[in-house]
Design a protein around this ligand. Structure first.
Ligand code: ATP
Ligand code: MG
Length: 260
């Protein structure tokens, strides 16, 4: 048994375990998340979808351990990351367990160049300079963003910012990735590129929890979570859920005109 690893955790399987997670942004306020429970295995891509305001980003904040930084909210329930209770993971060590790309990437980009932005994480891990440069080159090649290398991240387009934020997270190499609408501002070729990168990463054992509104962009995932007003209304095989047109229509996730 590894120190800090929850008893009964199946080392080979569950990278993320959420039990009875609820969240209020203010004590006594409305619940943004209501009693959410689910698990994600190593090597699994789970997409999260639902109407605006249903709690997708709040769920990302909670899994990423960033919900309580500037907030006065109330979280109940339990989150295990790689077998460790997230509440017991030191903030500084959190980036080694889970990497989060926010819906608004401006909140996480601060370096003068894209290359510096990507190097920041490995530098903070105190890797030797050669190893840092190796990681920077690896993720730049993986995401095909070499042309942006010298650019100021603040001046990039929304889609480019998401790619750079994703690159910066990948350079730290955490086992779990939480991606909040990273494909939403990309053109179709950018979406295809990110999807193929995510598929490669999950084959290498990463666990990916990704929020997307666009149902065309979720089809490649293993499982789909549908949220409504803070509740996880259904979680299952993506193909099966997308094929259940009555369910998707009832959740207002497709209209009569859609072809899914
Ligand atoms: N900082 C905050 N303070 C108070 N309430 C908030 C805050 N952030 C979000 N909320 C509320 O929590 C609920 C869930 O918001 P959240 O941003 O998680 O939704 P979402 O599903 O990500 O929406 P979208 O698809 O528009 O990104 C909403 O009712 C929202 O108004
Ligand atoms: Mg959101």
């Amino acid at each position: 048994m590894i120190a800090g690893v929850d008893e009964g955790w199946n080392m080979s399987k569950k990278a993320v375990v959420i039990r009875g997670l609820s969240y209020q942004y203010q004590p006594g306020g409305p619940f943004a998340l209501k009693n959410i429970s689910f698990q994600a295995a190593r090597g699994e891509i789970v997409m999260v979808t639902g109407l605006s305001g249903c709690g997708k980003s709040t769920l990302c904040f909670c899994i990423g351990g960033v919900i309580d930084y500037n907030r006065n909210g109330v979280m109940t329930g339990e989150i295990l990351l790689n077998g460790k209770n997230a509440g017991n993971i030191r903030k500084a060590a959190m980036a080694l367990e889970v990497g989060v790309v926010f819906q608004n990437p401006d909140t996480q980009l601060f370096s003068p160049t894209v290359e510096d932005e990507i190097a920041f994480g490995p530098e903070n891990l105190c890797l030797p300079p050669g190893r840092i440069q190796e990681r920077v080159e690896q993720v730049i090649n993986l995401l095909d963003i070499g042309a942006l290398r010298e650019a100021n991240p603040c001046r990039l387009s929304g889609g480019e910012k998401h790619l750079v934020a994703l690159a910066a997270v990948l350079a730290i190499d955490p086992p779990v990735l939480v991606l909040d609408e990273v494909m939403s501002q990309l053109d179709q070729s950018g979406k295809n590129r990110v999807q193929s990168v995510l598929q490669r990463l999950c084959k290498a054992g990463k666990t990916i929890i990704a929020v997307e509104h666009d149902l065309a962009a979720v089809a490649f995932s293993h499982r789909l979570m549908v949220m409504e007003e803070g509740i996880l209304v259904r979680c299952g095989n993506t193909e099966t859920l997308l094929a259940d047109r009555d369910f998707m229509r009832a959740r207002k996730l497709i209209g009569l005109e859609h072809n899914y």
